[in-house]
Write a protein that binds this ligand. Structure first.
Ligand code: ISL
Ligand code: CA
Length: 621
């Protein structure tokens, strides 16, 4: 279906690309898709939006928008219900390790592979079945290892290839699966391929994306997405730091290299991959300028040309056919900005692309971006969460996560006072282990670790934060205001050392860690929490075990029960029935179920008739 200004909105959102693009657009304006599905607004023609937006939507934006809608190809999708197949990764609980900050085994202040091995029993005791390990490959660390200098060797600070082989073995000895983090969208500028390209080697020049005249795309880490290389007199594309150069996936040699690299690791025994920004690998041919309005809404100019590029599905299918499926490897793709319907194309069980993906819209409130100074409102994430439970289709399986190495701690984000740290952390655990999908726990989330009280720019390490500060202050933002933005959005919050004990450096290392330890480690740490029955850690353990002993919490159907917008109430049904009641606010609320029966779980130590701030209850019938 060709979309024009005369297409009615309700028809636009019948196509996958239309649905997701309109939903994303509304989301960035702070609105919800229900606006179109549940009201006569759906009858309006697309062109009418221009007039109704009071100048927010320009005519050139509308042109760009229509072009995006029509360029996304494969659009119609069917809503056929189906049978959800079973798989180990649907039943598993994943635990994400960020090696640099997990455990230092040799006293240099930097976490390492041997440190991870030391703590595998801890991960096992938590009840996790699989580990996702962030990159440990050789890297100059412009972006903590997401800038890979050699895909087949290990960062010296982290250990050796033998250490990684040992890690694989030790995981498997404990029945823990291991997936590793492959960064296939870009390489370090220090990688052999890029160095050869700079020396004029034509073969390797073709591995990257060049231009004599850069387009207007911006980098995720501030500024232009192009860097000039005088050696060759041209600019190279880098969507991230200027030491992370984008690969040219349209070149079959690049794809072949990547498949070989994946095969190398699968031969060593890893069980699969987390694929870094894998949805960005295909870019619109000719690399045209991005639309400025789309750019300012999304925060990044040019994104419509690669967030689900023209050959993405084709390349993912090829990757799967060539290397993943012969090994039955599991994959979870990082797909920022990919909406629910297009995600079905990437992860549908009959599509032959990826097992699962991470999409991030629920992590930020509608209309907000990570560096915005605001308290995250848990209520506002509900429509998005519920949609992935009910509309993602029986042929796909959601991931469940609220933290990772790129986001502040959720208990701090939702309550910067810290007053309800324990309740919110446990509330999040209830969502992780009672919603439908595969839970991903990020290291320290199970302890209720918090954001770090950064005061000085020198305490930050992340290239994104440092560039952001520079960009903002050079655009006239006052320094203390820019510092406040970092305090709300910096990825470094998630990267402070894991708090193992109340000992020196939180038991992370014998010497000063590469980034500050949160001063609250004397109270918030694994050792103290293991000994406290009411701790966040023990809550995680018991909820994981609840989930494992009741398959209804894994495969049971999901139904949202309508109450007030302050509560999230849902049911998981199968052989049994679980009802989950969550107060999403910091105020007392009436409990619609209080008299029914007593809950099997509560995030408060005692019971009460009314729901207390952020109270989360699980009932079993
Ligand atoms: O942080 C984000 C959303 O919360 C994104 O903008 C993020 O930068 C994006 O999801 C890409 O992240 C991944 O690739 C980056 C790397 O810096 C991140 O750590 C990684 O998770 C580049 O490799
Ligand atoms: Ca070390």
């Amino acid at each position: 279906m060709e979309i024009t200004r005369n297409t009615r909105l309700k028809d636009v959102i019948r196509t996958a690309s239309g649905h997701d693009t309109v939903a994303r657009l509304l989301y960035s304006l702070g609105l919800d898709l229900d606006l179109i599905t549940n009201t006569p607004i759906g009858l309006l023609k697309l062109g009418a939006l221009e007039k109704l937006s009071f100048g927010k939507i320009s005519s050139s934006f509308m042109d760009a928008f229509i072009r995006i809608l029509n360029s996304l190809g494969e659009s119609e999708f069917s809503n056929e219900p189906g049978q959800t197949g079973i798989a180990w990764w649907k039943e598993a609980v994943f635990y994400q390790v960020y090696p640099r900050s997990f455990k230092d085994s040799n006293g240099d202040g930097i976490g390492d592979i041997k440190g991870i091995i030391e703590k595998l029993d801890y991960i096992k005791d938590l009840g996790a079945d699989a580990v996702w390990c962030s990159p440990f490959f050789d890297s100059p660390n412009a972006d903590n290892g997401y800038d890979i200098r050699d895909y087949r060797s290990v960062m010296a600070e982290f250990g050796t290839l033998d250490d990684v082989k040992q890690l694989i073995k030790e995981c498997h000895d404990r029945d823990i699966r291991l997936i590793i983090d492959l960064v296939m969208n870009h390489t370090s500028d220090e990688y052999e391929w890029f160095r050869k390209a700079l020396c004029g080697d034509e073969k390797y020049r073709g591995y990257y994306m060049w231009s004599k005249k850069p387009n207007n795309w911006t980098s995720f880490f501030s500024g232009s997405a192009w860097k000039f290389f005088p050696q060759v007199g041209e600019y190279a594309l880098h969507l991230f730091a200027d030491k992370q150069i984008d690969l040219n996936w349209d070149n079959p040699d690049v794809r072949k290299e990547m498949y070989d690299i994946a095969g190398f690791w699968l031969d060593l025994g890893v069980d699969g991959f987390r694929l870094d920004v894998v949805s960005f690998i295909s870019k619109t041919e000719g690399l045209p300028d991005g639309d400025p309005t789309v750019g300012s809404l999304m925060g990044f100019t040019g994104i419509e040309h690669y967030f689900h590029g023209p050959h993405l599905d084709e390349y993912l299918r090829e990757f799967n056919r060539e290397v993943l499926s012969p090994y039955s490897a599991y994959t979870v793709g990082e797909c920022p900005g990919n909406g629910i319907m297009m995600s079905r194309m990437i992860t549908g069980d009959d599509r032959g692309e990826l097992s699962q993906l991470f999409s991030f819209d629920h992590i930020e409130n509608p209309g907000k971006k990570r560096f915005d100074v605001y308290d995250f409102d848990l209520r506002k994430m509900v429509p998005e969460l519920v949609r992935w439970q009910t509309e993602y289709s029986d042929h796909c399986w959601p991931t469940l996560f609220f933290e990772n190495h790129d986001n502040p701690r959720i208990c701090s984000k939702a309550d910067h006072t810290g007053r309800y740290r324990v309740q919110i952390s446990k509330l999040i655990a209830v969502l992780l282990f009672t919603l439908k999908g595969t839970p991903y726990v990020y290291q320290g989330g199970e302890l209720g670790m918090t954001d770090y009280p950064f005061r000085d720019l020198s305490e930050y390490r992340d290239v994104e934060s440092l560039n952001y500060f520079r960009e903002k202050t050079s655009c006239g933002v006052a320094e203390d205001e820019a510092m406040k933005m970092l305090l709300y959005g910096s990825r470094d919050h998630a990267r402070t050392p894991m708090q193992w004990s109340s000992g020196k450096n939180a038991g992370f290392s014998d010497s000063a860690p590469w980034i500050g330890v949160n001063p609250n480690y004397t109270e918030i740490n694994a050792e103290a929490e293991a000994a406290d029955p009411g701790s966040v850690l023990n809550c995680y353990r018991s909820l994981i075990s609840l989930r494992k002993t009741h398959r209804t919490l894994i495969y049971g159907s999901f139904r949202k029960i309508r109450t007030s917008k302050n509560l999230l109430v849902y049911e998981r049904s199968g052989d049994e029935n679980f009802t989950v009641v969550i107060n999403l606010t910091g105020r007392r609320r009436r409990n619609p179920f209080s008299s029914d029966s007593s809950p099997v779980f509560s995030n408060y130590p005692d019971s009460a008739d009314a729901l207390r701030p952020y109270e989360a209850l699980i009932y079993r019938r």
